[in-house]
Design a protein around this ligand. Structure first.
Ligand code: HPA
Length: 272
């Protein structure tokens, strides 16, 4: 990765972004587009204008950075993510976390949509990510070591902070939302998995599968940012589902869960 490229990205953000560290950064994945409630909006920026980021090419990702307050919390939200499979390299994928780091933000909530592998999971359930399996062999850290981003060989024993997972459980309990702890398998996409791949991930211990989050999570963890990972199960994974998989199904499941997502994020923010 070209670490220098983030200097011009950061330079594009007005001073107000760096005046005070956000209490939390939020990165919204597929289906999560309308999950935020805002009291006062401090600033909005469109992805396509942010140097090095570019518009998300995925339907359901709005492509806006919003700095706002909600119930006294200062939140830096990235509404939509870039994925490695979009082919623009790692920079746009980790850029949101790098900018949060430069803002002094010490906590990030990463959200995504996933396919359910664990038979207990149904579409509409939430999974509180407790660990992951990177099935790709890819890493944003392959390349020159950048000391600002942590150790050459970053520890990944607890990528997803236990305390934040407990807070999410407390939120789910209060709201009566189905949420279980789970292991997220990261596949590169953009093809959905084959049934044989899903059986292999299941045997390895994965509960859900998706095409995102892990690059941002390892980057944040290495940099010393505490990570919360929250997944909406939008479909049963390949071979478990009796129908072919489609992104329309993912977006529709996100729409159906909109109200719950809003309450979930709001309640979680209040507990921070
Ligand atoms: N596989 C990979 N990514 C996904 C899925 C899936 O089944 N559902 C939502 N994102």
């Amino acid at each position: 990765m070209n670490a220098k490229s983030f200097d011009s990205t950061a330079g594009y953000f007005p001073d107000v972004c760096f005046e005070r560290p956000p209490d939390i950064g939020i990165l919204l994945g597929s289906g999560w587009g309308e999950a935020l409630q805002m009291d006062d909006v401090i600033l909005r920026l469109t992805y396509s204008e942010i140097p090095g980021l570019g518009a998300s090419t995925v339907v359901g990702h709005s492509g806006e950075f919003v700095l706002y307050t909600r119930r006294g919390r200062r939140v830096a939200a990235w509404c939509g993510r870039r994925h490695y499979y979009e082919g623009a390299g790692w920079e746009p994928v980790v850029l949101p976390v790098e900018i949060l780091r430069r803002m002094g933000c010490s906590t990030v909530l990463l959200t995504n949509a996933s396919g359910g592998i664990n038979p207990a999971l149904r579409p509409g359930d939430f999974v509180i990510i407790r660990d992951h399996i990177n099935t790709t062999g890819l890493s944003p850290f392959i390349g020159e070591h950048v000391p600002e981003w942590g150790a050459r060989f970053p520890d990944m024993t607890e990528v997803y902070a236990r305390r934040l997972a407990e807070l999410m459980h407390a939120s789910a309990n209060r709201l009566g939302v189905r949420a279980m702890d789970g292991v997220y398998a990261y596949a590169s996409g953009p093809c959905y998995e084959t049934p044989a791949e899903i059986r292999a991930y299941k045997a390895q211990g994965a509960d859900v599968v998706g095409m995102s989050t892990v690059p941002e999570a390892v980057f944040a963890k290495a940099c010393g940012i505490k990570v919360a990972g929250l997944s909406l199960v939008t479909n049963l994974a390949a071979g478990i589902s009796l129908r072919p998989l489609s992104h329309d199904e993912v977006v529709a499941a996100g729409d159906a869960a909109k109200a719950v997502m809003r309450d979930f994020i709001d309640d979680f923010l209040a507990r921070l």
